[in-house]
Design a protein around this ligand. Structure first.
Ligand code: WQD
Length: 339
């Protein structure tokens, strides 16, 4: 049985950390990435950690001919599908770009998979499918509401497409907020341009690349008025993808098609933006220039996971705490700036 697994968006933040763990677990990652939110340099970061340079094709998953050629060149047993735009705020400004890329890209991928008799997919989904949950912590039985952003809606629609297509074995992973970097500082979050996400904006402000951080909203119904999220270490999240591949394996690669499972991947703890700022300052000793600004459209007020289903069935549990997440992000930022 081939151990070749296609990793779309494999040079991205979560993708690259997952590729590192795939090598450690005997898989052969075949990366396709259009470099819209990553860089080819990441290949060398992966090599420095694993000693191996993964096979990489610079292509867009929306390019059906190019994607089909990859399946022709390799015996792909499963796909981990990361490739998508993922900024909540940006998706409010550019909804059509998000629907075209995120939903269109999945449809193209599934067509090529079917044409090549590949049925197994681990899908990168998101807690944003829940919108603003009424009950917290949120578990997988919580209603998938009208997401607060086009980004979240693309993930909801993609899960529905996967669910309706009984030709695939699907494990859909609903990420909460992945942050941090590999302990080697050889790979990490590499936002091109102005970061949309909180933690890279914090580290870029701390190192002097940005003048100050703006906290989007201080009048939410939370203890300190700022939004609450469930932040998890990207290395913990990478581990979950290996367990998801093993889960599909336990169902039978391609033997029993039409399987669909979802898992919430979070720590089960929520931290506010202000608590993240305070933890960053106390754990790194670096001061941070920040100010309070208006709310960001598309943001939900508070969300954190009930990860017990992933704990029980995948055997997955987060190991790193918020301090370790933020210190690893800071070490990575300093490494990037030392180049
Ligand atoms: C977190 C909090 C902002 C920037 C992310 C991913 C998304 C999904 C869920 C996987 C919010 C606040 C941010 C800034 C701020 N993950 N913030 N100032 O929006 O929860 O979504 O996790 O699918 O893909 O994008 O993360 O880091 O953008 O925001 O105050 O400069 O930080 O308002 O409350 P978000 P984020």
């Amino acid at each position: 049985m081939s151990k070749e697994v296609l990793v779309t968006g494999g040079l991205g933040f979560i993708g690259s950390h997952t590729v590192v763990e795939m090598f450690s677990n005997g898989y052969i990652p075949i990366i396709v990435d259009n470099l819209s939110n990553s860089s080819e340099e990441v290949l060398y970061g992966i090599k420095k950690i694993t000693g191996k340079v993964p096979t990489f094709y610079n292509l867009d998953v929306n390019n059906k001919t190019a994607l089909s050629n990859v399946f022709f060149q390799h015996k792909i047993q499963a796909v981990i599908h990361f490739a998508a735009y993922k900024a909540v705020g940006e998706s409010v400004q550019k909804p059509l770009m998000y629907y075209r890329n995120n939903v269109g890209g999945l449809i193209t991928l599934l067509e090529v998979m079917q044409e090549n008799n590949c049925h197994n997919i681990v899908f990168s989904s998101s807690c944003t499918v829940y919108g603003q949950p009424t009950n917290l912590p949120v578990d997988e039985s919580s209603p998938v509401a009208i997401p607060a952003s086009p980004y979240g809606n693309t993930k909801k629609i993609c899960e529905e497409i996967l669910y309706d297509n009984h030709a695939f074995n699907v494990v859909s992973l609903r990420y909460f907020n992945p942050i941090g970097a590999h302990p080697s500082s050889m790979i990490g979050e590499l936002p091109l341009g102005i970061p949309n996400n909180l933690v890279p904006y914090i580290t870029q402000t701390a190192i002097g690349l940005r003048e100050k951080l703006t906290v989007y909203g201080s009048d939410y119904n939370t203890p300190d008025g700022t939004c609450i999220r469930d932040y998890l270490h990207v290395c913990d999240l990478a581990d979950a993808h290996i367990l998801a591949l093993e889960r599909i394996n336990s169902i039978g690669f391609g033997e029993k098609e039409g399987h669909f499972e979802v898992y919430n991947l979070g720590t089960g703890n929520g931290f506010s933006v202000k608590e993240v700022i305070d933890t960053f300052i106390s754990s790194t000793g670096v001061n941070l220039n920040f100010t309070y600004g208006p709310r960001r459209e598309g943001d939900v007020e508070k969300v954190w996971a009930n990860p017990s289903k992933a704990n029980k069935i995948l055997g997955w549990k987060t190991k790193r705490n918020l301090t370790e997440m933020l210190v690893s992000a800071w070490e990575w930022q300093k490494k990037m700036n030392s180049k």
